[in-house]
Design a protein around this ligand. Structure first.
Ligand code: BGC
Length: 733
């Protein structure tokens, strides 16, 4: 058994709400252990040092899970930090424990107090080992950080006289939920200097970092004893150039410093903020670079790159990358700024493919799939965001379908059968849930009796689509039951594919899929082969999932719809597949038209308004200078960034051969357009780097494809197949 299980959970005897507690213990070490290993976790977020040196570069540990079900502990080699006389100090803040929708109070410990568990094992050359455990011999005291909160920020009071350390209390909180670290550590990734110092028309002093990020700022405080410095973090300036805070809802995103007359290096420890700008009160600033912004996210290795001859599309790709950096913080969150920051399943469902091309997210999602499994209800349904303690059964299509889409996508990108196996039941139970729901006939509630349609359940719908007259409406015009049954089919098909890879019997599901398809077509497609529900998303889903007898009429209907609007009208559900479907029906130029459009609504419109990340809404900031409703208007929401996978797969043509995974067999088939003079992308795969480029030359198009050793590859260009070899291949056509 791991050493940490011998330790006790400890807490301060008294703790003022939301104050950071410093726990400490002095100990002697016989000179010198050959190995010292620390295992540690907290109910809250901890920061640990031994003899004044931090034990890790990572931050916001132990990360975020449903602590009632599982809580990660970390193991650090601290051999080099030890001396003869030692002191270990661990600060613990509230962290994710206090969430608006996530109150983790229990009889043993309330949500606004914290607890620590740790075990330090010293091993000597002769094999002898000694362990120091958290127990009632530890001490604690309240720290200078008088307030901390994930949404509201931190208050550091340098005038606070730290009290004498007092004894701690062991609490009988369970240890059964402790699990070793599964995900990537969260680390500080980049530092961005303040770019512009602005005094707003309303007189606020503002620093613009030129990039929306997730993290915190660092600076040297200046002020007399008792002076208060307040830093507010926010995303947008108003049309008039003033500070805009309304869309943060109740999240204060504040950093408060109470000065003691000395200058201190400031950097928050137990919280994070989503921001591009800060406003600073109570401190003179002469240059914007007195402040730096520190970018924090899960430590995923960057794997994907893209560039082309159009700067707008390059910026779009940049915004997709920063949407991922800003929202992959142990859990894939919807947004990093307002009082939400939750692991919304629908958002991750649409974004996980491009996420897996741009960064190596195998470990990151392995951990979150563990969270999904832990939170899957007995019935098989999945909550709308994970972790959650909200009393939410979820089950919305396109959100709960994370259960099938994510494991399958991870398998496709990384080819890891074990990971697919680990999540096979997650997939199966979700499909079984939809099937059992469909079997519950409810004619008295006006729901059809078809046992193959996932109808009558509650759904989010085509979230934030623009096809209702009210452009602030959230659910779009596509019938929710249609989306439900389309995803029922799609998830069943993914389960079949997973079963085949894993050698599981899937005859039942094959039959089920056939029946869902038949029922879907019967209900939703008219005698001319067109969708009754005349929306872009309805056509896109039917085409992308193969829910038709004949492709032509649907392709025509979609093309007409796009042309008649002159733009996309899709929301979270339809948008990820829209360009893929247009390419698949031979409408590449229409796809490019949508991609390059820069008027509202479009992917590029936000860029004309200076966006450096993806926006939640197509109309977050409107051409007339007003904002969409502050109730739901994030400027760092990756969902619409799902279009990035089209840039890799279609524009640059890096595609896996059907039926293969892990980039072992690639068919390069870029979609060339006169609108660009070149485009290129690369993905660092398990086999090595895959690269694709096309460029116009005087005589035609020059293609360059790079194939890693051990990968089979061909190119499909103008309907002709070309076999490629390992290394660089050049073809001029
Ligand atoms: C979140 C979304 C999420 C949605 C559910 C919002 O508040 O920010 O991104 O998917 O709710 O529909």
């Amino acid at each position: 058994m791991e050493n940490i299980f011998n330790a006790s959970w400890i807490k301060a005897r008294k703790q003022n709400k939301n104050v950071v507690i410093d726990f400490e213990k002095c100990f002697e070490a016989k000179p010198f252990p050959v190995k010292a290993e620390l295992q540690i976790s907290a109910l809250g977020v901890y920061s640990c040092e031994i003899n004044g040196k931090r034990v890790t570069d990572s931050v916001l540990n132990p990360g975020w899970t449903d602590y009632n079900k599982r809580i990660q502990y970390q193991t650090y080699d601290v051999t080099k930090l030890l001396e003869k006389e030692n002191i270990i100090k661990v600060g613990v803040g509230i962290g994710w424990r206090f969430h608006k929708w996530y109150d983790l109070s229990s009889k043993i410990i309330s949500h606004d107090t914290v607890a620590l568990i740790a075990a330090l094992k010293l091993t000597y050359e002769d094999g002898e080992s000694v362990s120091i455990y958290t127990d009632d011999s530890w001490f604690s005291r309240e720290s200078l950080i008088r307030y901390n909160h994930m949404y509201n920020g931190e208050t550091v009071d340098f005038t606070f006289r730290t009290p004498k350390a007092s004894s701690v209390k062991c609490i009988p909180y369970t240890k059964a939920t402790l699990i070793p670290q599964e995900g990537e550590f969260i680390t500080e990734q980049e530092v961005i200097r303040g770019k512009k110092l602005i005094v707003t028309p309303e007189g606020d002093t503002v620093i613009d970092f030129g990039q929306e990020i997730t993290g915190y700022v660092s600076f040297f405080s200046k002020g007399n004893r008792g002076d208060e410095i307040t830093v507010r973090h926010f995303e947008m300036l108003t049309h008039e150039g003033n500070v805009y805070l309304d869309n943060l809802r109740s999240a204060k995103q504040e950093l408060k410093i109470i000065c003691d007359g000395k200058s201190h290096l400031i950097k928050p420890v137990y919280t994070f903020y989503g921001f591009r700008y800060i406003s600073v009160k109570g401190m003179e600033i002469s240059s914007p670079d007195e402040f730096v912004a520190i970018v924090v996210h899960s430590d995923m290795k960057r794997t994907g790159y893209f560039s082309c001859s159009d700067e707008m599309i390059n910026q779009l790709f940049h915004n997709i990358i920063w949407g991922q950096k800003g929202n992959f913080l142990d859990v894939p969150t919807d947004c990093p700024q307002r009082d939400e920051r939750l692991g919304w399943t629908g958002d991750a469902q649409v974004f996980c493919k491009v996420a897996s091309y741009s960064f190596n997210v195998e470990k990151f999602f392995k951990k979150w799939m563990g969270d999904l499994r832990a939170m899957q209800k007995k019935s098989g349904t999945i909550p709308s965001f994970v972790p959650t303690k909200f009393d939410d059964d979820g089950g919305s299509s396109a959100w709960a379908d994370i259960a099938t889409v994510l494991p399958w996508q991870m398998y496709l990108t990384y080819g890891n059968k074990e990971l697919l196996r680990e999540n096979y039941l997650l997939m199966k139970k979700w499909v079984d849930f939809m099937r059992s729901w469909a079997l519950k006939k409810k004619p008295d509630e006006g729901i059809s009796t078809d046992p193959y349609l996932y109808e009558g359940h509650w759904h989010f719908g085509d979230w934030l689509a623009l096809d209702l007259p009210d452009k602030e409406a959230v659910e779009g015009a596509t019938e929710k039951d249609l989306i439900g049954s389309a995803f029922f089919y799609y998830s069943t098909c993914l389960l079949i594919k997973a079963s085949e890879v894993l050698g599981e019997d899937c005859r039942y599901y094959k039959n089920l899929a056939k029946n869902i398809k038949r029922s879907f077509i019967r209900k939703y497609i008219d005698e001319n082969g067109r969708m009754y529900c005349n929306t872009q998303t309805a056509c896109v889903l039917a085409l992308h999932f193969g829910l038709f007898n004949e492709k032509e009429p649907l392709a025509k209907q979609l093309t007409e719809l796009v042309k008649s609007f002159g733009h996309l009208t899709t929301g979270f559900v339809g948008t990820p597949y829209l360009l893929h479907v247009l390419s698949d029906i031979g409408e590449n130029e229409l796809a490019y038209e949508l991609l390059l459009r820069d008027e509202f609504p479009s992917w590029c419109y936000p860029i004309t308004q200076g966006a450096t990340t993806m926006w939640e809404r197509w109309n977050g900031y409107k051409p007339d200078g007003s904002f969409a409703t502050p109730d739901m208007n994030s400027f760092n929401h990756y969902a619409y960034g799902a279009v990035g996978d089209w840039l890799y797969e279609k524009m640059c043509g890096i595609r896996q051969k059907d039926g293969t995974a892990g980039f072992t067999d690639i068919v390069f088939s870029p979609v060339v357009s006169d609108r660009f003079s070149f485009a290129e992308a690369s993905i660092e795969t398990a086999q090595g780097k895959v690269f694709s480029r096309w460029e116009k030359t005087d005589s035609g198009i020059l293609y360059t494809f790079s194939v890693p050793a051990g990968t089979k590859a061909s190119a499909l260009l103008g309907g002709k197949n070309y076999t490629l070899t390992t290394g660089i291949n050049k073809l001029e056509l």
